[in-house]
Ligand binder design. Structure first.
Ligand code: SF4
Ligand code: SF4
Ligand code: SF4
Length: 323
C-alpha cells in the first residue's frame, strides 16, 4: 500500500468519525487541532479554535473585573489554570501528529481535496500563484490568529460587542460548508441585525471567494488558515515530522513537483536534516515521490517510519483522487 492510498483511507475515516461520530456516542473532546466544526450537530470532536476564542475571553474577564474594582486575583489565577489545562491537551495532540492533522485528519482539508478532484475530473489546470503573492497570503494566517485571539479579550474589557467572542467562527467558511454534509443548511444565507448581519454578509462572501480559490488552487484555504498558524507556533514539539538527509539528495526535484502546497523548502535544504515549511501540511507525499534512497524520511521522534527509495518511487504512486 502506498502512503497516498493509506492517507486517502485515513482522511475519509476521520471525516466520517469527526462529522457523524456523535450519532454513535463517540466523543473526542473539544481540543481537536483541525477544522472539525462543532457547528455540526453530530460532530464528535470539536475544532480547538472555538475553545481557544472562548477561553481568551474567559481568561481576561476576571482581570477586567479586577481593574474595575470587582472580582479577585484568585479568580484570575483559577481561570488562567483552566486555560492552560485546555491548551496543554491541544499541545499534546499537536505534539503527537504535528502537521499531519492537516494532511491526514482535517475534514475541511478533505473537502478542499474533493474540490481539487472535481477540477481535475473536469480537465482544468491548477492556477499558479506567484511566490511573492504566496508569501503575502501565507502571512494572513498569523493576522487571523491575532484577530481571533485579541477580539475576545477586547470583548471582556467591554471594547467590542459580544458578537466578537467567536470572531473567527463568524467568518469561517467551514461553519457554512461542513454542516451541509449533515443536511443542516441553516447557517447559509443572511440573518440577524447589526454586527450579526455584517458577519453574515462577510462569511457568505468569504466562503464564496474561498470555494472559487480552492477550485483553482489546491488547498487554497490552508494557506490562510489560523489553525495552521497555531500548529506552526508549536513546531518545536512535533514528533511526527519530515526529516531530510541532504547528503543523500540527488536534486531530482520530485518533492517540489509533487507538493500540493508548492513548497520549495524541502527541495532547497542542502545542509540541515530539519526541514520545516510553515505551509507544509504533513501529507508526506514528497517522501513517497523522492527517488533518492533515504533522502526523505517520515520520523516519529527518533523512529524512522518510512524512508524514500528509488524502488518505491518507481512504483505507480497514487495521486490523491482522479488525475
Ligand atoms: S490548514 Fe487546512 S487542513 Fe489544516 S486545519 Fe486548516 S483547513 Fe484544516
Ligand atoms: S467555525 Fe471554523 S473556527 Fe469555528 S469551530 Fe467551526 S471550524 Fe473551528
Ligand atoms: S512538503 Fe511534503 S509533506 Fe509538506 S505538504 Fe508538501 S508534499 Fe506534503
Amino acid at each position: 500500500m502506498t502512503i497516498g492510498n493509506l492517507r486517502l483511507a485515513v482522511q475519509h475515516l476521520a471525516f466520517v468519525v469527526l462529522t457523524y461520530g456523535a450519532h454513535f456516542k463517540i466523543s473526542l473532546g473539544a481540543y481537536v487541532p483541525c477544522l472539525s466544526c462543532p457547528f455540526i450537530g453530530s460532530c464528535s470532536g470539536g475544532c480547538y479554535l472555538m475553545v481557544f476564542q472562548r477561553s481568551m475571553g474567559w481568561l481576561f474577564l476576571p482581570l477586567a473585573q479586577v481593574f474595575a474594582g470587582a472580582g479577585s486575583w484568585a479568580q484570575v489565577w483559577q481561570t488562567f489554570g483552566y486555560f492552560l489545562g485546555g491548551f496543554a491537551v491541544f499541545a499534546v495532540l499537536v505534539a503527537i501528529l504535528g502537521k499531519s492533522w492537516c494532511g491526514w485528519i482535517c475534514p475541511f482539508g478533505l473537502f478542499q481535496d474533493w474540490i481539487t478532484w472535481l477540477r481535475r475530473a473536469l480537465g482544468l489546470r491548477e492556477s499558479e500563484i506567484l511566490d511573492r503573492h504566496k508569501r503575502r497570503l501565507s502571512r494572513v494566517k498569523y493576522v487571523l490568529l491575532a484577530y481571533l485571539a485579541v477580539s475576545p479579550i477586547a470583548v471582556s474589557f467591554g471594547w467590542l460587542s459580544r458578537d466578537f467572542v467567536l470572531a473567527f467562527c463568524n467568518i469561517c467558511p467551514a461553519k457554512i460548508i461542513m454542516p451541509v454534509f449533515t443536511g443542516d443548511i441553516h447557517h447559509l444565507g443572511l440573518n440577524g441585525d447589526g454586527a450579526r448581519m455584517v458577519f453574515s454578509v462577510l462569511i457568505m462572501a468569504i466562503t464564496g471567494g474561498m470555494v472559487v480559490g480552492m477550485f483553482f488552487k489546491e488547498r487554497f484555504f490552508c494557506l490562510v488558515c489560523p489553525m495552521l498558524a497555531l500548529i506552526n507556533l508549536l513546531s518545536r514539539l512535533h514528533l511526527l515530522r519530515l526529516v531530510k538527509d541532504p547528503m543523500a539528495c540527488h536534486g531530482c526535484g520530485n518533492c517540489r513537483r509533487n507538493c500540493s502546497m508548492d513548497n520549495e523548502t524541502i527541495y532547497r535544504e542542502r545542509v540541515s536534516s530539519r526541514v520545516y515549511d510553515p505551509d507544509c501540511l504533513g501529507c508526506f507525499g514528497c517522501s513517497e515521490s523522492c527517488a533518492s534512497d533515504r533522502s526523505l524520511s517520515v520520523a516519529l521522534g527518533p523512529l524512522r517510519l518510512f524512508s524514500s527509495s528509488r524502488a518505491h518511487a518507481a512504483r505507480p504512486l497514487s495521486k490523491a483522487g482522479p488525475s
